[in-house]
Design a protein around this ligand. Structure first.
Ligand code: HEC
Length: 169
């Protein structure tokens, strides 16, 4: 009897391996059947893409984008003078600098920002983007554009994803 136990154990392991390989298939993640995706559509009556596209031109979205660039760096827009590294400003100062940057093109933040934001912008960002945000005559990205380059790229990407989704429906 003692001799049979290891043999039995091996048989069980083998049988389990065969069962796994033959009968169990990993759950397929399909955007049409994915539970979270379905719930999102049910709650918001829209897809992620449509949702983001619907507010991509808003002041709030622009603010979040500038904060992201300050904290994480630009995601390589292939601008002439290279990429912008993360961390020119402290994360704590990113929001007020973003708000000040937006006023250069007439946009506004909902929350009032402290007065020293202008000083932060001119001393940290102005050297490259210009104190007026226009990018020193095209050497650096113009931060006064109605739609910043990164947002334009993101919009193009979302529209193409959205199109793919409607094509497969
Ligand atoms: C050393 C120069 C330099 C400094 C300093 C600098 N940037 Fe930049 N910034 C760049 C470059 C270069 C790019 C474009 C990078 C690319 O092609 O990916 C850029 C891109 C950006 C973009 C994206 C623009 C777009 O159209 O999508 C924003 C927003 C931005 N910078 C804001 C700031 C802010 C705010 C500060 C100050 C905290 C700052 N930058 C400091 C060089 C700089």
């Amino acid at each position: 009897m003692q001799k049979i136990i290891p043999f039995l154990a091996m048989l069980i392991v083998l049988a389990y391996a065969v069962y796994n390989a033959k009968f169990r298939h990993p759950e397929k993640v399909d955007t049409k059947t994915n539970r979270h995706y379905k719930e999102h559509i049910k709650t918001y009556k829209t897809t992620h893409y449509e949702d983001e596209l619907s507010h991509i031109n808003s002041d709030e979205y622009t603010k979040e984008y500038i904060i992201k660039v300050i904290n994480q760096g630009s995601n390589s827009l292939d601008f002439k003078s290279g990429v912008m590294e993360a961390g020119f400003a402290r994360p704590d100062d990113a929001e007020k600098i973003a708000c000040y940057t937006m006023t250069l093109s007439g946009r506004k933040c909902k929350k009032a920002y402290p007065e020293d934001a202008a000083m932060f912008y001119t001393s940290i960002c102005g050297g490259c983007h210009g104190n007026d945000g226009k990018g020193l005559g095209g050497v650096y990205p113009d931060l006064n554009k109605a739609k910043m380059l990164g947002i334009e790229n993101r919009e193009m990407f979302l529209k193409s994803m959205h199109k793919q989704q409607s094509d497969t429906k």
